[in-house]
Every structure is written in C-alpha cells, then in structure tokens.
Design a protein around this ligand. Structure first.
Ligand code: ZN
Length: 244
C-alpha cells in the first residue's frame, strides 16, 4: 500500500498547508484519512477528487472534518457535471449524532457508521479500530492487507491498549503534538517520547510523526522520539509517499 502525506499540523494548518491527513492507496483504491482544514486543496496535488473511493474520519474536531463541507460541494458539482460517480462514502463513528449526520449531503456523500469493535472491509483493506484518549470520542485506525499493516493513531494521549493495537505494524503515523514539558498539562495528545515508546513497545518498523504544533522548535519532538525509538522515524513529509 502507498501512503501519501497530505498535511501534518494539529489544531489548524500552517500557512498554505493542511492539518494532519493521509491518502492511502492500493490496487487503485484511494481513501482519504481525515479531512481537516486545508486538506481539500492539498490532496488535489496527488489525486483528482472524483478518484477518491472513500473518506474515513477519526473524530469530529475541526482539524479533522473542517473540509468535509467543501468536499461535499466538489462532489455535488462533479455529480451535476456527470464527472463524479457518487455518493462518496464517508466512514466515521456515530457517537456524535450531529457530526455523523453532517457526513451525508444531498445524495452526493453518504455517512457510514463505524463501531470500534467491528472491523470493516474497505477496498483492499481490513480496517480495524481502537478508541483513543481524547476530549471527544476518537478512533485510531489500522489498515491491513496481504500481511502488511499501517496504523494511524489519530489524536490521543498515551494508552497501553495502543501498543497491542499497533503490534508488529509496518508503518505508524503517530501523533506527537506535545513538547515533553506539556505532558500531563495538555490533555489528549502524545509527546515525541511517548510516540517513540509506542513504536518500540509495539515493534513497529517505521514511524512518521504528525499532528505537530505550530509553536516552538519541532526538531525537539523528533529528537525526543529518537530517544525512545531506534527504528526509522521522521516527520511525515508533505507529498512523500511511503510504500509498505
Ligand atoms: Zn486534531
């Protein structure tokens, strides 16, 4: 599978960029993972919007759903021009009723509910879920196919269960929104050290760091991750495709 970085920022995008998002592709099937601010613009560097087969959303904070509305406009225009075969399925949990209902729009996009304990078959992948530790209900995602797996932590503070969830993964996109001094002070996110510890304990082969803060020197976060993880680790690089 090929995983392309669309955006890397937590909370809001840096100028001309996008919040944390990835495009995952295999056997011609394309799924967008999270669709926050700036994502709809940025993802068009790598795919025509009408070539998206699915969207999957980890939770309903704006840095993960802000661009759903404009994606729906694109789908509507595409449908009117008969260039787009819709509805586009948007997968997400339905614990937020208003949020979930907003995923279905005029027959051009269709919300599909995810349950944490029920993996789904999505194109070439089995996708499974793990509830994270975040101020709102949020799901980490694991895409598995042909014995390979890629994990996306979404937004979360440290949680032991994530170690089992990510066990043996070939790739993990780990949120690392916190400088070490904010662990225990800012809730719902991990530091670089914690992301590294997760990758080490889970035996992950390759890690990219995402959902980064706009303030401070983010190189400190990468350095912290390297203290606890000796495998391949870097900031998720915008536009780079990771093949696993
Ligand atoms: Zn977020």
């Amino acid at each position: 599978m090929d995983i392309t970085t669309i955006g890397i920022w937590g909370g809001y995008p840096n100028k001309n960029e996008a919040t944390s998002s990835f495009l995952i592709e295999q056997d011609g099937f394309r799924c967008l993972i999270d669709c926050g601010s700036g994502v709809l613009s940025a993802v068009q560097n790598y795919t025509e919007l009408r070539e998206l087969d699915a969207v999957i959303i980890s939770h309903y904070h704006p840095d993960h759903v802000a661009d759903i509305g404009v994606l729906q406009h694109a789908a509507m225009v595409g449908m009117q021009l008969k260039e787009w075969n819709t509805p586009l399925p948007i997968y997400a949990h339905d614990r937020d009723t208003t949020g979930f209902e907003s995923l279905s729009y005029k027959g051009v996009t269709e919300g599909r509910a995810l349950q944490v304990s029920e993996p789904i078959q999505l194109g070439p992948w089995e996708v499974s879920f793990c509830e994270t530790v975040h101020p709102v209900y949020c799901l980490a995602l694991k895409f598995t196919s042909n014995g390979k797996s890629a994990v996306f932590t979404a937004d979360t503070a440290w949680k032991d269960e994530l170690v089992d969830f990510a066990k043996g993964a070939d790739f993990i996109a780990a949120e690392s929104n916190l400088y070490e001094k904010y662990v225990g002070i800012i809730q719902g996110h991990m530091s670089g050290r914690q992301a590294g510890e997760l990758a080490t304990r889970a035996g992950v082969k390759q890690m990219v760091l995402t959902h980064l803060p706009q303030y401070g020197d983010i190189e400190e976060i990468l350095a912290s991750a390297k203290q606890t993880f000796s495998g391949a680790v870097e900031f998720a690089e915008i536009g780079k495709t990771y093949r696993i």
